[in-house]
Ligand binder design. Structure first.
Ligand code: IPM
Ligand code: MG
Length: 357
């Protein structure tokens, strides 16, 4: 029997509700596929600030680094907006990504046929969309030095630094090239090379690497155009490679092609060690604790964890099939509700998913 240690990070807002659903499903799937999954719940984000004063306690990072995979729900709450930046929930997530050296963030966006009418875009625009955003996650302007707020010329000035080295671009570009080679062989690298030096270096490195991947066709797009093309003709994209900040923005935009950000999983990977799997959506404080959350992005993140992190493709398939089946039967959480469908809360959706399993 395969032994896998999974760290669960429920975090804030709707996090605990969707974690409970995912955990139950994982337990059932483990029994079915003869996997031994052990779960260790740890604190992060606002929940950790309340308990310890720190958004990422040292014990959480240590436990995560020693695990086989980490499944995170969501962090963040407006309750902490007044705290200094390094004490806020978001800083816990950034410190976790950085502390686990998770430089590659994969955000797949695939249209689910049953949800084609849930999108704010016309069905003929989004039909067949199947793309992967590959976002650099531990560098760029999120982590660049120097940064801060200073007094200069009699006023206050805030600044950050967008910076990438050759090696940082190369390692994320390789991930994107390899994914593209397994998919439809198209890699679109997104930058702002018409304005930014850091983007020119990014583009030069992607071009330099492309000779090693003869099966992959490389194109480059400025980020403003990419934002436009994503809503104009999203089918043109296979793998989208981009830096940390542009990837943050474009992945939310790409997520909405599917109608709800409540459907999208993600994986954050390093060159070795455990991966971190999490829904793309946030903690949704406005609906927290009301049993209204859509647990499906979390369940699909658990599936991604099984497939990519724990190498259990059959178990991953089973979870993904359960989601498809429940949607095909017309069950919907509030974010996806449409005429003729059956509205369910988070818990009831979890029970339908269990039944489908
Ligand atoms: C995301 C989120 C985070 C980010 C926040 C919560 C720090 O928006 O995972 O996309 O900006 O990376
Ligand atoms: Mg984001």
């Amino acid at each position: 029997m395969d032994q896998h240690r999974v760290v669960l990070l429920p975090g804030d807002g709707i996090g605990p509700e969707i974690t409970a659903v995912a955990r139950q499903l994982l337990e059932v799937v483990a029994a079915r596929f003869d996997l031994s999954l052990t779960f260790d719940e740890q604190l992060i984000g606002g929940a950790a600030i309340d308990a310890t004063g720190e958004p990422l306690p040292a014990s959480t990072l240590e436990t995560c680094r020693a695990a086989d995979a980490v499944l995170l729900a969501a962090i963040g709450s407006p309750r902490f907006d007044a705290l200094p930046r390094d004490k806020r929930p978001e800083s816990g997530l950034l410190a976790l990504r950085s502390g686990m050296e998770l430089f590659a963030n994969l955000r797949p966006v695939k249209i689910v046929p049953a949800l084609i009418d849930a999108s704010s875009l016309r069905p003929e625009v989004i039909e067949g969309v199947d793309l992967m955003v590959v976002r650099e996650l531990t560098g760029g302007i999120y982590f660049g030095q120097p940064k801060g707020r200073i007094e200069a010329d009699g006023e206050e000035r805030g600044f950050n630094t967008m910076t990438y080295s050759n090696s940082e671009v190369d390692r994320i570009a390789r991930v994107a090239f390899e994914l593209a080679a397994e998919r439809r062989g198209q890699l679109c690298s997104v930058d702002k090379a018409n304005v930014l030096d850091v983007s020119q270096l990014w583009r030069d490195r992607v071009n330099a690497l492309s000779s090693n991947y003869s099966g992959v066709e490389v194109s480059h797009m400025y980020v403003d155009n990419a934002a436009m093309q994503l809503v104009r003709a999203p089918r043109q994209f296979d793998v989208l490679l981009t830096g940390n900040l542009f990837g943050d923005i474009l992945s939310d935009e790409a997520a909405m092609l599917t109608g709800s950000i409540g459907m999208l999983p993600s994986a954050s990977l390093g060159s070795e060690g455990p991966g971190l799997f999490e829904p793309v959506h946030g903690s949704a404080p406005d609906i927290a604790g009301q049993d209204k959350a859509n647990p499906m992005a979390m369940v699909l993140s658990a599936a991604m964890m099984l497939r990519t992190g724990l190498k259990q493709p059959s178990a991953a398939d089973a979870l993904e099939k359960a989601v498809d089946q429940v949607l095909a039967k017309g069950f919907r959480t509030g974010d996806l509700m449409a005429e003729g469908c059956t509205p369910l809360g988070c818990k009831a959706m979890g029970e339908e998913l269990l039944r489908a399993l």
